[in-house]
Design a protein around this ligand. Structure first.
Ligand SMILES: *Cc1c(COP(=O)(O)O)cnc(C)c1O
Length: 358
């Protein structure tokens, strides 16, 4: 197969980024979050690359956990939203999964389950994100029900931040103090920090950190680019020029004629489109690199192709490599132009794009 759209996944970049997360959160263990197929990078190859170095892995559901277990991954695996139905408790026990418990019905399911051995629980505290978790009296009630049950091997207290990427905002400090108030009197390990908190809020590191997006090379911090130099891109989305056109001033390119040439323009056609996961709403000016040189998207994104400005690249030829995001073009820069975040770019890469590991 020869369509040139592919993603090169740099597993060593992923490993280096994990080490960086651990170096920032000294003394804490780190749950490598590889839900959603490793944010689109392929969970199993990443887990294997980390090997024994990983303290554990975070996933969103049993299916994702079992894929890892079936590939021989025997570290701790945490189901970050716990189980979705009572039958999954037994499955979790049989595969030695750690379950998050965020709601009273999950406590009921666990206490009613018939298990051969008890499960480790990460009890979720709502410290202000108001999505999942217990607070106040319901937290203490859930804790005591779990604590006195022989279905529960251990309990860790976790919470999640809504605004840790905003380094100047008071919200993260407020969530931390609400967490402290809520858990007062409960003696347990803590896990609070996602990537943003690992990078920006050292007080939150505690016993377990939970890095996700930073492992893939993108800092989520909106207003602090200081980590961009250290973090290494784990995904390089690539394709090639499949045609080159010389257009006249006034010629309009592609669907809707969105881009109209102001002058005679050399235009490259690249084999990548929204059916590969390149964002269809990418505007003119979205950065990309041809032969390692920066240029930009011009014209609307099609299903299988995009058009790019070759004005700055008079030597470009059919077959030349194009990077859509990776080392030359940070995913955050593309995401910024497209009104989204690197998380979405990575997780939307489709099956049609072959992943190559190095
Ligand atoms: C996805 C997820 C993370 C990782 O978040 P990043 O912003 O990618 O670092 C951490 N904790 C929980 C509970 C998650 O669901």
């Amino acid at each position: 197969m020869t369509r040139p759209a592919h993603a090169i996944i740099d597993t060593q970049a992923f490993v280096a980024n994990y080490r960086y997360a651990k170096s920032l959160a000294k003394g804490a263990r780190a749950l490598a979050v590889i839900k959603a197929n490793g944010y689109g990078h392929g969970a199993v190859p990443l887990a294997r690359a980390l090997g024994d170095e990983a303290d554990g892995f975070g996933v969103a559901c049993c299916e994702e956990a079992l894929e890892l277990r079936e590939s021989g991954i025997d570290q701790r695996i945490v189901l970050l939203e716990g189980v979705f139905e009572p039958g999954e408790i037994d499955l979790a026990a049989r595969h030695s999964l750690t379950i998050v418990v965020h709601s009273p019905h999950q406590v009921d399911w666990l206490l009613d389950a018939r298990l051969t051995h008890p499960l480790p629980v990460w009890l979720k505290v709502d410290s202000g994100m108001h999505r999942l978790g217990f607070s106040g009296d319901t937290l203490h009630e859930a804790y005591h029900r779990l604590r006195s049950s022989d279905k529960v091997a251990s309990i860790l207290l976790m919470s999640h931040f809504a605004r840790a990427d905003e380094t100047g905002a008071a919200a993260t400090g407020v969530q931390q103090s609400r967490f402290e108030q809520n858990v007062a009197g409960i003696d347990a390990a803590h896990s609070l920090a996602n990537s943003a908190a690992i990078l920006a809020w050292p007080d939150t590191h505690r016993d377990w950190v939970r890095p996700g997006i930073m492992l893939y090379g993108s800092s989520p911090l909106a207003d602090d680019r200081s980590h961009d130099e250290v973090l290494q891109a784990a995904m390089h989305l690539r394709s090639e020029l499949i045609a080159i056109r010389e257009l006249d001033a006034g010629d309009a390119i592609g669907y809707g004629g969105r881009y109209v040439c102001r002058e005679p323009t050399r235009v490259g056609v690249v084999a990548i489109g929204y059916a590969d996961g390149y964002p269809r709403h990418a505007p003119d000016g979205t950065p990309l690199a041809v032969n390692g040189h920066a240029t930009q998207l011009i014209g609307r994104v099609s299903m299988d192709m995009i058009t790019v400005d070759l004005g700055p690249l008079p030597d470009a030829r059919v077959g030349d490599p194009v990077e859509l995001w990776g080392t030359q073009v940070p995913a955050n820069a593309v995401a910024g132009h497209c009104g989204t975040i690197a998380y979405e770019l990575f997780t939307r890469v489709t099956r049609r794009v072959h992943l190559h590991y190095r």
